[in-house]
Design a protein around this ligand. Structure first.
Ligand code: GDP
Length: 364
């Protein structure tokens, strides 16, 4: 899963990104870990893996991870090709979702590009660039559809939706905020519009507000706006995250407790990403390795198997599976679970659930 980090200059993107790369330093052994400088990998915390690891006395625990892309350099005028505009918009097209960092901290030493801190204005500046780029795409698509309509009247429906989306974007709102029926949604999704991508607004607050139970006024504004388009908000302090990222697990727990913070910002970010993208994890367990795998909720067994290896998907026969909680009722022992008849055999139409411990049987 790929998410892109965007935001105006000086809002804390690099600081957050540094925290991500440092926290993910150990992730060098993720099989899909890229070494590009603009990619950071964050492990998805999953306590179930540690428990399974103990039960199986496993050699290796492999967490699943989310990749974050640093898409710096998005500035006003990007859609007109200013700065390295088009290149950055292209990067956004490649990610599944966007983390939009918004400055919600006061600090007179740190200059704001527009001379004042105004989260809603910042959000609008970035969102408008994406909307402008989408409008151009829609213009081209509308022209093409109008031309083809002469030979194929069935395209009228598509043209209607294209015009509807165009009119909506012209009001300055993002496509993700539109009310659409299922068919329309399916079609709009296929257009690959930037402003249709799901967004998490990361409200970057100051160190002394990170533990605050109350949102500051700027965060409140961000929440209100996010609600109008069904987006998620997390409150983080990028600077603290950078410090936290250099600690080991034990030190981190102590540090957070001292500060009165329940959960680190990165953990919040990972959870929000899971929620936003409708992701779940299934597990595999054994002496060699206990491991979590990310899939989209609704994925069927063969495609889930394909996450492990394409041969598993091609040669899929069936899956032996048990829910993590059920397995724990048998003290984690697959043998006991088998004796009790709790291990189910599932076929190719089985929809994998979060926490399913899977064993795939396949033909080679
Ligand atoms: P970018 O341009 O969006 O990548 O912003 P940077 O991450 O470089 O941050 C710009 C400045 O803001 C740097 O001096 C950071 O140290 C500072 N900064 C980032 N996050 C925070 C924060 O949470 N609190 C404070 N006080 N400063 C921050």
């Amino acid at each position: 899963m790929k998410l892109g980090i965007v935001g105006l200059p000086n809002v804390g993107k690099s600081t957050l990104f540094n925290a991500i790369t440092k926290a993910g330093a150990e992730s060098a052994n993720y099989p899909f870990c890229t070494i590009e400088p603009n990619v950071g990998v964050v492990a998805v915390p999953d306590e179930r893996l540690n428990v399974l690891g103990k039960v199986y006395n496993t050699k290796k625990i492999v967490q699943t991870a989310i990749e974050f892309y640093d898409i710096a350099g998005l500035v006003k005028g990007a859609s007109k090709g200013e700065g390295l505009g088009n290149k950055f918009l292209g990067h956004i097209r490649e990610v599944e979702a966007i983390v939009h960092v918004v400055r919600c901290f006061e600090d007179s030493n740190i200059v704001h590009v527009d001379g004042k801190i105004d989260p809603l204005n910042d959000i609008e500046t970035i969102n408008l660039e994406l909307i402008f780029s989408d409008l151009e795409l829609l213009d081209r698509r509308i022209q093409k559809t109008q031309k083809n309509l002469k030979g194929d009247k069935s395209l009228q429906k598509e043209l209607d939706i294209l015009n509807k989306v165009h009119a909506f974007l012209e009001t300055g709102k993002s496509a993700r905020a539109m009310e659409l029926d299922d068919d329309e949604r399916e079609f709009v999704k296929s257009l690959d519009l930037l402003s249709f991508k799901p967004v998490i607004y990361a409200a970057n607050v100051s160190e002394d507000e990170a533990a605050g139970a109350e949102d500051n006024d700027m965060v409140k504004q961000v929440r209100e706006f996010a609600a109008t388009e069904g987006s998620d908000v997390i409150v983080i302090c990028a600077r603290l995250e950078e410090e936290i990222s250099q600690l080991d697990d034990e030190e981190k727990a102590m540090f957070l407790e001292e500060l009165g913070i329940k959960e680190s910002g990165l953990d919040k970010l990972v959870k929000a990403s899971y929620r936003l993208l409708n992701l779940i994890s299934f597990l595999t367990a054994g002496e060699q390795e206990c491991r979590a795998w990310t899939i989209i909720n609704g994925t069927k067994a063969p495609q889930a198997a394909g996450k492990i290896h394409s041969d598993f998907e091609k040669g899929f026969i069936r899956a032996e599976t048990i829910a993590y909680d059920k397995l724990m009722e048998c003290d984690g022992s697959l043998a006991t679970a088998r004796e009790k008849g709790l291990i189910r055999s599932e076929g190719k139409d089985y929809v994998v659930k979060d926490g399913d411990v899977m064993n795939f049987l396949f033909n080679v």
